[in-house]
Design a binder for this molecule. Sequence first.
Ligand code: HPA
Ligand code: ZN
Length: 336
Amino acid sequence: MRDFIENMPKAELHVHIEGTLEPELSFALAEKNNIPLPFPSPEALIAAYDFHDLPSFLKIYYAGMSVLIEEEDFYRLTWDYLEKAASQNIVYTELFFDPQGHTTRGVAFETVITGIHKAQMAAKEKLGIDSQLILCFLRDMSAESAMTHLRMAEPYLDWLVGVGLDSDELNNPPVKFKEVFSLARQWGLKLTMHCDVNQKNTQEHITQVLDDIQVDRIDHGVNALESDALCEKIKAKQLGLTVCPVSNRFVVQSLTSNEIKAMLEKGLLATINSDDPAYFRAYLNENFIALQEEGHFSKDQLLTLAGNAFKVAWLESDEKEHYLSKLNAYAQTAVA
Ligand code: HPA
Ligand code: ZN
């Protein structure tokens, strides 16, 4: 099963580029940029990763960003992730980035997006991995700040495929950002939002992303399973759910394998993703492998999960067909 998973052509649709910052790179950038780190070594930094809910993770995640200063830092961050992704047979990925996590520290929007974009172009050319970029707004900041950042992105619309919403969900409902997402839609961007696992008012938030925001995808969305009506709506709209098993385990002590199976049984388009792989110490293959071990997924079920990611990717239909036929060819040779 491990070989089967590792060799399978895959797409990853829920990965925060800042969440791919490996401790070794963090130390290298800290030294280059003269930024003191409160730990003596990358190992000590990893040992301090103590996540048990969303806020405890976010605290460490935002502190980690402090070493990212220059365009070349964002380039290196993105290049390293794309190189790792290519080595895991990820052929296509949609990356989130959190500009407000940088502009609030005095790093220009242009610096961030240019470094990421140049690495995406280089990885396409040199590694053959294709990627698109999603601008995420921090939901614990104001709607005004989100709007300011959307306007900052206007000159770079060709570099973006969509907008997302992340950070602390508590008392930050989707409708807070209705106007921003509506403008993003007018500009031709796709829309997604996090509905993190086991959040307060989760049913209400999922209802809002469906009815008020009219998203094109939902990030996480596991709690939709508690409502037949929400499941029906998600199914009718054929929305993808980007589930992140290892990330969820920090909150619910399970890889949500039962929930992912239930999604497949209901015909929901669940996909598997790594979320913040450097922090959760698991890239996409490790997520698939752990999930398979916990839930004893069959090869057919794993192929369905991988296929769903290509189906709900923000690509033209001929590009989706290209990747799906690649996956199909793999299935022909690899399923005994
Ligand atoms: N949820 C909310 N905010 C985040 C996440 C997440 O999974 N990862 C990085 N920022
Ligand atoms: Zn996420």
